[in-house]
Design a protein around this ligand. Structure first.
Ligand code: MSP
Length: 506
């Protein structure tokens, strides 16, 4: 099986992490677990982007020494991702020495190959985006659409990567690689951007203005542009240049929000081409979570949701489930109240209720033992349907269709709840008649929690343990949803409230 290298963007540390940041890393972890269950070896990276003007301004405002501020902020992201149960393999911070060395190497290589020019440039700069903007990128008032502030005029001499040589090549790549960027409607947006000549990419900032960055190895008056520096994490993570793990790179999938698509899908492949590295294998793009006012959540707009606060009510699993279920192609609104409502409806009333009513019945009426029956004779059709639906969802799952994966989990739960209601074993005094169906239902619940494991690892491990089963293995081999694996006569663990009801937020 082809190895997969999943990456998230690395996050600016100018403020505490919000729910938008939690989203991409949580989705990365869900996909890591899904790909692992499909039998892939998966490498998963995430981390923090700690250079540039935006972070510099935050350091200056804090009054702390730069290193102390950066370490403290980066640790906040890391502990959020740990609390979210993200099992990343690579944690990167742009000040790490191996990364800085890779940035220096890249700059020297481009310089040697005559791909850098020094020239004067004036333009409009949005510090929030850390990007130059064209007037057509701004709203009617001349503000950045994401940060709602006017970009500042800049006029300075800098180093630029010559882009013109690569534009035709990139257009052909984007047009010719089916499935490269999903959802595919983004491909059209990118091709439209390439209809006119791109401007060269400014890769430096004068040190007199920006001191937080990797100094240019050939001109001490400048530091490296923060985006050029940050993008390189994707290859420095896998040993570039000296110990480049090309087989991991071949399977790289960049998970990104749509805000950073242009930099990732236009400038990044060009930088790679200029460095002689193949383009990324795939991009998967998600929309925005909007906070108050229906606009993209951002600290500077003051409309953020704190993921730790939300998790303190619904747990990591509750938040992961909500994010995966509700982010589709378009932007979606979110608040702690909406997450709690969703948790009560889907987890407490639906999936948790299914688990608790079936296990409770068996614990109370069958002495806490899985019925002693011949497995193959137990609800064979329902078990086969669950196994088939689960396998279908597992093999189809992707970032932009993750809500469909969750929808399959809910549909299975719904059907099992209905089957239990129809069976109504409490009305039948003869256990011999209902035991096969009870075994079948417990076995289907086992497969449901195997399917839920990537989305809700903690609760799934608990539910599977109560059924006497292990979670899906992580060490190679594709997971098979195989009916009738529960051990007849096995003990059923003490019934637990997997998803206790939570009070709605005011
Ligand atoms: N540092 C750059 C990325 C460099 S990657 C080489 C950056 N950082 S960021 O902190 O501003 O945002 C990074 C990512 O966080 C976004 O692309 C997106 O994946 C996620 N999100 C930030 N806000 C978000 C929402 N409101 N909604 C959904 N995701 C959002 O850009």
């Amino acid at each position: 099986m082809k190895p997969i290298y999943l990456t998230t963007p690395i996050y600016y540390v100018n403020a505490a992490p919000h729910l938008g940041h939690a989203h991409t890393t949580a989705m990365g972890d869900i996909l890591k677990r899904i790909y692992t269950m499909r039998g892939h070896r998966v490498l998963f990276s995430t981390g923090t982007d700690e250079h540039g003007q935006k972070n510099q301004q935050a350091i200056e405002a804090s009054g702390l020494p730069a290193e102390e501020y950066l370490a403290r902020q980066s640790a906040k992201f890391r502990s959020l991702f740990d609390a979210l149960e993200a099992e990343y393999d690579i944690w990167v911070r742009t000040p790490f020495a191996h990364h800085v060395a890779a940035v220096e190497h890249a700059l020297l290589k481009l310089k040697q190959e005559d791909l850098l020019v020094k020239k004067k440039y004036s333009g409009l700069y949005c510090v929030g985006c850390e990007q130059f903007k064209r007037p057509s990128d701004l709203d009617a008032e001349g503000n950045c659409v994401d940060h709602r502030v006017k970009p500042v005029e800049m006029d300075e001499e800098n180093y630029f990567l010559v882009i013109s040589r690569f534009q035709d090549w990139l257009r052909n790549e984007i047009a010719g690689r089916k499935g490269w960027i999903e959802p595919s409607f983004h491909t059209e947006e990118l091709l439209a951007l390439l209809e006119n000549p791109l401007e060269d990419l400014c890769i430096s900032r004068p040190r007199s203005r920006v001191w937080l960055g990797v100094p240019l190895p050939f001109d001490a008056e400048y530091v490296t542009y923060v985006w050029f520096d940050a993008l390189l994490n994707y290859i420095s993570n896998v040993g570039w240049p000296a110990n480049f793990d090309a087989s991991s790179w071949d399977g790289v999938v960049h998970l990104i929000g749509k805000d950073i698509m242009k930099v990732h899908c236009i400038y990044w492949p060009i930088i790679l081409k200029a460095l002689g590295v193949p383009p990324p294998a795939a991009y998967r793009v998600h929309g925005y979570w909007t906070g108050g006012g229906g606009i993209k959540m951002s600290k500077s707009l003051g409309n953020v949701v704190d993921p730790l606060e939300t998790m303190s009510v619904v747990g990591a699993d509750g938040l992961r489930f909500y994010l995966a279920k509700n982010m589709r192609d378009k932007d979606a609104s979110i608040s702690t109240g909406l997450v709690i409502e969703g948790y009560n409806a889907d987890l407490c009333n639906e999936i948790g209720n299914l688990f608790s009513r079936v296990t409770k019945f068996v614990i109370k009426n069958r002495g806490g033992r899985i019925p002693q029956v011949t497995p193959a004779a137990c609800l064979p059709e329902l078990c086969a349907w669950v196994a088939k639906s689960a396998a279908g969802a597992l093999h189809k799952a992707d970032l932009h269709t993750i809500s469909e994966y969750v929808a399959v989990c809910l549909a299975i739960s719904n059907k099992l709840n209905a089957a239990f209601t129809e069976l109504a074993p409490w009305k039948n005094a003869n256990p011999v008649e209902t035991d096969p169906a009870l075994y079948g239902l417990l076995d289907c619940i086992r497969m449901l929690f195997e399917l839920l494991y990537p989305v809700m690892p903690q609760s799934s491990v608990r539910a599977l343990a109560a059924l006497g089963c292990e979670p899906p293995r992580k060490d190679g081999g594709a997971h098979v949803f195989e009916p009738h694996k529960l051990v007849p006569g096995g003990a059923l663990g003490a019934e637990e409230a997997l998803f206790p009801r939570q009070k709605a937020a005011c």
